[in-house]
Design a protein around this ligand. Sequence first.
Ligand code: MG
Ligand code: NI
Length: 472
Amino acid sequence: MEKQIHIEPVTRIEGHAKITVFLDDAGDVRDAQFHVTELRGFEKFCEGRTLWEMPGLTARICGICPVSHILASAKACDAILSVRIPETAVLLRRLMNAGQMVQSHALSFYYLSAPDFLLGWDADPAIRNVVGLVEKNPDLARKGIRLRAYGQEIINRLGGKRIHPGWAVPGGVNQALSPEDRQWMLDGLPEAMDTIQETLDLFKRAFDCDARGVLGEFTSMYMGLVAPGGTWEHYEGLIRIVDQSGDIVVEGHDPARYDEIIVEASQPWTYLKFPHYEPMGFPDGMYRVGPLGRVNVCESFGTPRADAELEAFRALASRCSGKVFDYHHTRLLEILASLERIERLLGDERILSPRVRAEAGVNATRGVGIHEAPRGTLIHDYTVDDDGIIEKANFIVSTGHNNLGMNRAVSEIAKMYIHKGEVTEGMLNRIEGGIRAYDPCLSCSVHAAGQMPIDVRIVDGDGQLVERLTRE
Ligand code: MG
Ligand code: NI
């Protein structure tokens, strides 16, 4: 008789979801699914609002990544105004996004995921969290917490603690950078660089090629924005897609025409859609985004320390890694690259100019804004009337792009660990760990839920509860 195992809710991710593992008669894994169990419907909610409200409004899509939505929204609005925003506004938006990369990646690595692989996948769940990490490895935990705070403070100093939902506006930003704040950011860089370098060194020592197979490995395509020449890019750039060998599938595609190559499929068992590469269909058109996607598509980071670490990573992995665990390694590489970008941006004297906003009216009726958020490519696509009232809004969030990849990961990991119906808490934690590696933000498309105890249900083919495991 077929059995199902439910992991609900998935813990240490941003939002509410569950995993179901389907067992066959022999108790082996037939398939597994990652479901998003709530729908928020923000796209409909935006209709009838003005484009001027959109950056602040869409910042409320998600309490975790408002910065990412503000920036994608402001870029879509720039396109509707048809303006070239002042160069200082570009530098400041880039700085904001780099700060967001640092704080978001540090949160994912030090708080949410490191407890699994530094305390052990089978460690007592009661201590397998950042509190347990502080006890076991206080120095690393403290430095990780300070690194995240540094990224967070860059965002706060640029946008103001409470006002950042309104900081990026159609045509630019609404506040210049003060020399004092620039100096504060420069002063914090050496410690942040030391922390990430130390963490990378520890990570490379602790996890060889075999150890990094713990969360499975599979073939897919990868997508991200790159600058001309294929350099890593997070704010502007053109769409590149590569296959598992690193060979280019799509090159130099205009992000404003994303819908010529990307379409979204729906499935009845989840509210999260499945964007995929249209020419290859669903589900073969699977690509992955985020840190692993961006590192796999780029030729180089374009900054010396990150490029040295990229070379070391590729020597250890391959030109194009398919390992889910390598999301963690590439996340660390991106923190380093972002810190180097912050240094470069702050060293540009134009960054202190007070000319930060272009004024214009509605000059186009459609605008697409794309940038690389920490979790992957984020798309805002607005259609407006002549008065700038939103008639249609479409968002494709990073977590959506990774939906096919996350589903494939849970199924691969479940097949690796569950045999003959035997299930332990540590096995289920590895399956959840596969999801956490992608660092999904379900709050971007659903309501955020607080930390909740995990509830694992093993249910037979008739829906009868066979066994139930809970943990706090
Ligand atoms: Mg959508
Ligand atoms: Ni989010």
